[in-house]
Design a protein around this ligand. Structure first.
Ligand code: BMA
Length: 340
């Protein structure tokens, strides 16, 4: 895209159509500010043949940013690559993918169709990685661990089919590990659940905590996005929601705040989305009209750096103020959904 077109699209938001005789307030400050250098990573940055770069988990490790991103190969199946950065915006990709379908049982059986959408959770001095394992048996979540992103060890498959979008809380809560997850159901719109574990392998005490709201931007389905972010007011959960249109679904990002000691308690879900597809590389691509997050990094200056895949094709980044995100959950919550 030419620089001129890029500038045009970046300015579209700023245009105000003012009907004669009426005062129209200008657009409010966006809750998530897009990085002006978006997209930050594309297939052209990858030294092996891929068609997409998207849905990446990101963490800070020893003062640098590590990104685990998903790429479609030319057979339509996905692998997970690794990129590193000093500033969180300019990434260099390692020459080989970091996670590819395993060759050993039991993972080989369940990763036959590829590995997707990694999330990274810093915990107990290591990094846990949850990713979707696709096979003829459905999609499950696999758990792997790395100490320093040089080697990775698979620990276990931690769901049956069909689950996706598992994010583990970065500390134990009341003596147990906790995770947000998203089982598929034919009866209910796909919702966010919580589950607990003593050992990270066996999970249970599951309950539903957040449901899509009818005729709302997330009415079709929701799912956890970034690893939960600890704040003084609670856990921030940056999630995705989808809305069905005559032209397919639109994927947007939302934010919810969970109680710090009892994360099954949702203190508020912002009524408004915090990000929707607007840049051309979010509106057009492998799957159009998609912004989808698997990672965010809280900075010391109160900013949250959010990473998202655009149109399942490229990686983008932006920042939001943690206080603004909390405020949106508490002061502009959506109506209650029917959670028990
Ligand atoms: C979801 C997942 C994501 C993808 C999104 C939009 O169901 O498959 O990996 O980014 O759809 O296509």
């Amino acid at each position: 895209m030419s620089r001129c077109m890029k500038k045009f699209w970046q300015n579209v938001d700023a245009k105000i159509i003012e009907p004669r005789g009426m005062t129209v307030a200008g657009p409010s400050r966006p809750i998530v500010r897009r990085y002006e250098g978006n997209p930050i990573l594309t297939k052209n940055d990858v030294p092996y043949p891929v068609e997409t770069v998207h849905n990446a988990g990101v963490v800070r490790h020893e003062g640098r940013y590590i990104m685990l991103f998903r790429s479609h190969l030319r057979n339509g199946r996905s692998v997970i690559g690794l990129a590193e950065s000093d500033d969180g915006f300019h990434f260099r990709v390692r020459p080989e993918p970091f996670i590819t379908p395993d060759k050993e049982k039991p993972f080989a059986v369940y990763e036959e169709f590829g590995v997707e959408d990694p999330r990274i959770c810093p915990l107990d001095g290591a990094y846990l990685i949850t990713y979707s394992a696709y096979s003829r048996h459905g999609v499950r979540i696999a758990l792997a661990r790395t100490m320093d992103f040089t080697r990775v060890d698979r620990l276990s498959l931690i769901t049956q089919a069909d689950h996706r979008n598992v994010v583990i809380f970065p500390e134990k809560i009341a003596g147990r590990y906790a995770r947000l997850d998203r089982p598929h159901s034919e009866i209910s719109p796909w919702s966010i659940w919580i589950s607990y574990s003593q050992d990270l392998i066996h999970w249970g005490d599951s309950e539903v905590v957040m449901k899509p709201l009818p005729y709302h931007w997330d009415e079709m389905k929701i799912g956890p996005g970034a690893t939960p972010i600890k704040t003084e007011k609670g856990w921030l959960n940056i999630f995705h929601g989808a809305f069905k249109t005559m032209d397919g679904a639109i994927y947007r990002l939302g934010v919810a705040l969970h109680d710090i000691d009892e994360p099954a308690q949702v203190l508020g879900v912002a009524d408004e989305w915090i990000l929707q597809p607007e840049d051309p590389w979010e509106m057009t691509g492998y799957v159009h009209n998609v912004v989808f997050t698997c990672g965010a990094v809280a900075e010391d200056d109160g900013l949250l750096r959010i990473y998202w895949g655009g149109a399942d094709t490229v990686m983008c980044a932006g920042t939001g103020r943690i206080d603004d995100l909390i405020d949106l959950c508490l002061s502009k919550p959506r109506p209650a959904a029917d959670v028990p």
